[in-house]
Each structure stands twice: as C-alpha cells, then as structure tokens.
Design a protein around this ligand. Structure first.
Ligand SMILES: Cc1ncc(COP(=O)(O)O)c(C=O)c1O
Length: 391
C-alpha cells in the first residue's frame, strides 16, 4: 500500500470526465447496443486537412526538437496578431505563452497565484477543473451562480457579494462550458467596474469564443479600460480547429506574468511540440472555410437539439448562444442529475453528463454535447423522450 504516501490534496482530486461515462457506455457497446455519445467535450470533426499536412511537413522538416519554453517566436507573433484583431486588445509576441493544450494556462495561473486560504471565484455550474485545481493548491473555491433565468449569466450583485479581501482570482468563461451561456458587454463592464481597483487577477477562459451563434462578436474583459494587465486570457486550438489531440493552447498576459510562467514551463513541459506549433501557424493563417463550416453545422445542430429538448414534456432548455453544449433542466422528474444520467444510459443508451459534476449550482440539469451528427441527435432525442415518458 503506497496510497498514504501521496498528499491528501492529490488524493482528493476527483474529476468526472466524459471519458468515465464513455467507459461505462462501453459495457452496452460490448453487448452490441448502439450508444449515442453526447458526453464528450470535443468536436466530432477531423482536424482540417491543411493543418494536418502542415504538421506532417513540419515533422519532415525537422521540427522535432526542443523549442523555446514560451513558444516559437514566429508562432507567438502570429497569435499576437490574431488576438489583437479578434479580441480587440493590443498585444505583441511577448504577451503570448504557448502551452500543450489550453489547460496548462489554468494550472500555471492557479499554481502561481493562489496561496492556501486565498479565494477563487468560479462560475457554478462551471468547468470542473477550476474547482479541482483551486482545491489542489489549498485555495477556497467560491461558487458564483450562473442562473437559467438569466440565460446562464451571473448577476453583478452575486459577484459583489462574493468579492472579499481574500479574493485572489476571478475566473470567467464565456461562451461557457457546460451551459453555452455568453456574457454580454454590459456584464463585463459591470465586472470591470467592480474589480478594477482591487488587488486580484482575472482568468478569462475564451476557448469557445469562435463558437458563437449571435450576431455580436464576443467581448474579452481584457479589452476594457484598465483590465488588460489584470487579465490572463486562456485560449487554444482544441475546439475551434478540432485539434483536441494535438495539445495546443496559449495564454495572453502581461510580460510580468509571462516571466513568472517561464520557469514553471521549463520545469514541467519544457515546451510545446514544435511540429504542433507549425500546424498552429497554418491553422491561424490558412484557409478558414473548415472553421466557418463547422460553426455553421454546430448552429444547425443546436437548433435541432434545443427545439427537440423543449418539445419533450418535463424538460426545459434555454437557447445557448455559444460553445456546443445544451444544459436542460430536468428537475421536474424528481431524479438527481446523476440518477437521470444513469437512467438515460441504462434505459436509452444515451450518454450524457450530470449537471452536479459542474458544481453545486449544476444540480437539476444534465449536459448534452451536440458534437454529433443531426441524425444521431434526432435519434437521441427520440430515445430520451421515450425513456422519460416512463418516469
Ligand atoms: C471551458 C474549457 N476551458 C479549457 C478547456 C481545455 O482545453 P484544452 O483541451 O485545449 O486543454 C476546455 C476543454 O474541455 C474547456 O471546456
């Protein structure tokens, strides 16, 4: 027995991911049944061909060695140009930190900012890694309710009540996982007014900011007066370019913050795979048709999904404005979200995630990812309708 040798914090990390449910679903698949997978948070599209080719070419060209910890200079430059124009902030290569996937930006931010006892305000429901990593370093997660009544945004009053002298970090995520909610410019201006003069940092998780189904372009809090220095933006290629397995993400931050991240990266990943970064250059500078097509397809699927869910007696679902998740309210059935997820898998072979895994305010909901074909979504909706009618 060696488990006791590990720290309590390490032993306590518990993350329910789509992969666990996928594993559970396998028992049905092994029996020859078709499971419809709506539990995973990744696009079902392949990485666009031009990007794959650029990655392969880079390997052939010898981009298979260590590179600079913060990323290849040419790539950081291109990201900076993209960020400056899409997010409407002025940055250069020195503000860009390239990482293997976007998650390390979250990890390094929390590791380098949060002392034991510091408070971190996190969206609830929200991406479960925020809470897990905060607890891991001894920080105190303070859930900020994202309410269905406000299309899964939060109220400024709720935020103000949660700000304290111990608040070190405020995490924002828009468009949001798991609800698809999008914060408005007014929301963010209100946040900026509340925190501008406070001694805290913001982590703005913008990984879904190209997956947006409203006419307005998303706003980054970093673009508001006085906020750029206080903000670390997390973004990456996993979702927008269907590159989850390549592991390619980045942070946008002040030079001061980048200098803090540098030794952490040297000590952990060393750097991000060089050929992956070359593929990233092609992703940002090459033809964007595949992205536009993918987003159009997601929009179509969203409409099928939300209309279908709302036509099922007992289910209610707000229209998400971004990302690729639906977060319906299933409270009328008298089951917990975990029980409903188990029931849908056992009874209908539809794999979903319980809202409770996204924090205390996620109870009463389930998350369905619509990264699946329209045909499969329609079949899933039919199966769900038949299953919940029996309850
Ligand atoms: C809200 C949110 N932030 C960050 C990430 C991390 O993305 P990556 O796979 O690039 O590490 C995800 C992925 O699921 C996410 O949903």
């Amino acid at each position: 027995m060696i488990k006791h040798l590990f720290t309590p914090q390490a032993q306590d990390i518990h993350i329910v991911s789509g992969f666990e449910i996928k594993q559970k679903a396998k028992q049905y698949e092994d029996r020859g049944l078709k499971v419809i997978h709506l539990e995973l948070g990744e696009p079902d599209f392949d990485t666009p061909e031009n990007i794959v080719r650029a990655g392969m070419q880079a390997m052939e060209d010898g981009f298979t060695h260590y590179g600079p910890a913060l990323g290849l200079p040419a790539f950081r430059e291109i990201i900076a140009k993209y960020v400056s124009s899409y997010k409407n902030i002025q940055v250069d290569a020195s503000n860009i930190v390239v990482t293997p996937g976007a998650k390390p930006i979250l990890f390094y931010t929390i590791l380098s900012l949060v002392n034991p006892g510091d408070e971190v305000i996190i969206p609830s429901p929200g991406f479960m890694i925020y809470e897990a990593m905060t607890r891991f370093v001894g920080g105190i997660p303070v859930p900020l309710p994202m309410t269905e009544e406000s299309n899964f945004r939060f109220s400024l009053t709720d935020l103000e009540e949660r700000l304290s002298s111990k608040t070190k970090l405020l995490i924002l995520n828009s468009p949001q996982n798991p609800t698809g909610g999008v914060l408005t410019r007014e929301d963010l201006e209100g946040v900026a007014d509340l925190v501008r003069d406070r001694d805290l940092m913001i982590l703005s998780d913008e990984i879904y900011d190209r997956m947006i189904y409203t006419e307005e372009t998303p706003v980054s809090i970093a673009s508001l007066p006085g906020m750029q220095e206080k903000t670390i933006i997390l973004d990456g290629f996993s979702k927008t370019y269907a590159m989850t397995g390549w592991r390619l993400g980045y942070g946008v931050m002040s030079q001061e913050a980048a200098a803090i991240f540098n030794p952490l990266i040297v000590s952990s990943n060393s750097c991000t795979a060089s050929f992956t970064q070359m593929a990233g250059i092609e992703a940002l500078t090459g033809d964007q048709t595949a992205v536009t097509d993918m987003i159009q397809e997601f929009r179509k699927r969203r409409d099928v999904m939300i209309e279908g869910l709302n036509s099922i007696t007992g289910i209610r679902c707000v229209q998400p404005s971004g990302a690729f998740y639906a977060f319906p309210n299933i409270g009328s059935f008298g089951l917990s979200s975990q029980e409903m997820t188990d029931y849908l898998l056992d009874e209908a072979q539809v794999a979903t995630l319980p809202g409770s895994t996204f924090g205390e305010h996620g109870e009463g909901y389930i998350r369905l990812s619509y990264a699946n074909s329209v045909e499969n979504l329609q079949e899933a909706l039919n199966r769900i309708e038949t299953a919940v009618r029996k309850l």
